[in-house]
Write a protein that binds this ligand. Structure first.
Ligand SMILES: Nc1nc2c(ncn2[C@@H]2O[C@H](COP(=O)(O)OP(=O)(O)O)[C@@H](O)[C@H]2O)c(=O)[nH]1
Ligand SMILES: [Mg+2]
Length: 299
């Protein structure tokens, strides 16, 4: 899916390069110079990310900012909200300063590398705001987190999403939380729950929780204000935040890797250890300690 920017020549050129990136045919060694502000929007399917991206993109476009939008949304590839997304995003592409592209990783493997290259390309092309939408469901979203300067995690009333978030580690990467669909019942309750979660966090950036109704275009300018505040904080504490973001990302990824290995280990070995306990009469905590010590001792 490719929507044209009114600056057709530039838009075509960027579009072509992104197609090459998707096929794994284009790589360059550009390192970000942070002249763009990269804003990530993540969260479970259906919470209203695309609608928020649309409203935000529209606001930036109307302010005359050169805005790039990258969608990593499986729903935009097949069925689901594809049509809605398409209609919305086509409206946006009417602005001459907006470029929109939905990425596919079918050919080149993981989405995070492709997103990184696409973001780099847009930064090189002097986009002021680059908005990246991704579904907060797995590994790649965590990887995308350190790629973006401001990470927004979107939730909505009900669904028990907050709990899921806690599990997947997404809540650790949020710079801003949004509770969308404020027009729904229970919105205030979810807002309070997320605020409680945020209040437990330490650090000198106080994570804001913004209530929006993207569909009614409510709360979007407040969100934009918080994004601006975070960008200022990001620029003022650049080195520290970069380090912190990488540290968080690495911590989550290592945990995930260990969990994967652990599940594999359980499948293969747990029964044997139980047998060992039964025959040798060792206790479970001794065996657990021995196993873990063995794993973490270098050969
Ligand atoms: N009631 C309500 N519905 C919304 C709101 N924002 C988005 N939606 C609807 O929620 C559905 C999913 O929205 P979408 O932006 O595609 O979610 P995404 O999967 O997170 O990108 C669509 O039917 C939207 O029209 C909102 O603020 N209130
Ligand atoms: Mg979407």
């Amino acid at each position: 899916m490719f929507f044209r920017m009114n600056n057709i020549k530039e838009s075509r050129k960027i579009g072509k390069i992104i197609s090459k990136i998707e096929k794994g045919e284009y790589k360059d060694n550009y390192r970000r110079d942070y002249s763009s502000h990269v804003i990530g929007i993540t969260g479970p399917l259906g919470v209203g990310k695309s609608t928020i991206v649309y409203q935000l993109g529209k606001l930036y476009a109307e302010k005359g900012k050169k805005t790039g939008i990258i969608l990593n949304d499986p729903a935009s590839e097949s069925g689901g909200s594809f049509l809605g997304d398409r209609i919305r995003m086509q409206k946006l592409s009417g602005y001459k300063n907006v470029f929109i592209r939905s990425l596919s990783s079918k050919d080149a493997g993981g989405i995070s590398g492709i997103t990184r290259d696409a973001v780099n390309l847009l930064e090189k092309s002097s986009f002021e705001k680059i908005i990246v939408e991704s579904v907060g469901a797995g590994q790649s979203e965590i990887e995308i987190a350190s790629l973006v300067d401001t990470c927004i995690v979107v939730l909505m009333p009900g669904m028990g999403d907050e709990i899921q978030m806690l599990k997947s580690g997404i809540n650790e990467i949020a710079d801003i939380f949004v509770v969308n669909k404020s027009d729904k019942k229970q919105a205030q309750r979810t807002l309070r729950e997320v605020e409680m979660l945020v209040n437990m966090k330490k650090g000198d950036w106080k994570i804001p929780v913004v209530l929006t109704s993207a569909i009614k275009n409510k709360g979007i300018s407040e969100l934009m204000e918080k994004i601006k505040e975070h960008h200022r904080y990001f620029k003022d504490n650049f080195k520290k935040i970069r380090k912190l973001k990488l540290e968080k990302e690495l911590r989550i990824l290592i945990k995930n890797e260990i969990n994967k290995k652990l599940n594999c280990f359980f499948k293969k070995n747990l029964k044997n250890y139980v047998d060992e306990i039964l025959t040798n009469k060792k206790d479970t905590s001794t065996v657990a300690k021995e196993v873990v010590n063995d794993c973490f001792t270098k050969e």
